[in-house]
Design a binder for this molecule. Structure first.
Ligand code: S3P
Length: 179
């Protein structure tokens, strides 16, 4: 696939609990951009919650929804896109996102991610006896993709506001003509 880039959007990638949605909403407000969350898009297109999709169609069915969503993003501009944690690690998704977006990865250690997600039960992949072990294993598998982001931002010990400010700064630096 051609890798020519026309950076019109800002896409956040990173593991579950890295803060993509919260940071994304704030960054969008600061840039005057729209905000789109791929999980929310999938839920409204499917008419089901993410756990229901996993239950009825399996993880493979959910990834199929993600594949369709990724293709539908190509026409967007001036949008901050928060992706599901696994989305950039499948097929050519990362390459496709980079065609129209600056891709920023939010990073945190497995222990911090676990602290952030442990009281939530809407993530099917973490409904296991040992979620921390699952996070370690999945993060290790996904790290090679996350590291291919244009910008990697450490979120450890930092507020949503601080991280959003850094995300906005990175976008202004890389795409000054778009803001
Ligand atoms: C997933 C992350 C979730 C959601 C689904 C699968 C993953 O999104 O897409 O439960 O594979 O990491 P968040 O990263 O927003 O929690």
């Amino acid at each position: 696939m051609a890798t020519s880039r026309d950076i019109r959007n800002l896409t956040l990638i990173g593991f579950m609990g890295s803060g993509k949605s919260a940071v994304g909403r704030l960054a969008a407000a600061q840039l005057g951009f729209d905000f789109l969350d791929t999980d929310e898009r999938i839920e409204s297109a499917a008419g089901m919650s993410i756990p229901e999709i996993f239950q009825r169609e399996g993880e493979a069915g959910f990834r199929e929804w993600e594949r369709r969503i990724v293709r539908s993003l190509a026409g967007l501009s001036r949008t901050v896109i928060a992706t599901g944690g696994g989305l950039p690690t499948y097929d050519d998704h990362l390459e496709r996102l980079k065609e129209h977006s600056l891709v920023v990865c939010l990073w945190a250690s497995p222990e911090t991610l676990y602290q952030r997600v442990r009281h939530h039960d809407h993530r099917p992949l973490l409904q296991t006896a040992d979620p921390l072990a699952r996070i370690r294993e999945l993060l290790a598998r996904r790290e090679p993709w996350y590291r291919q982001a244009d910008v990697l931002i450490q979120t450890e010990q930092r507020s949503v506001r601080e991280v959003a400010a850094q995300v906005v700064h990175a976008f202004r630096l890389h795409a000054p003509s778009k803001v």
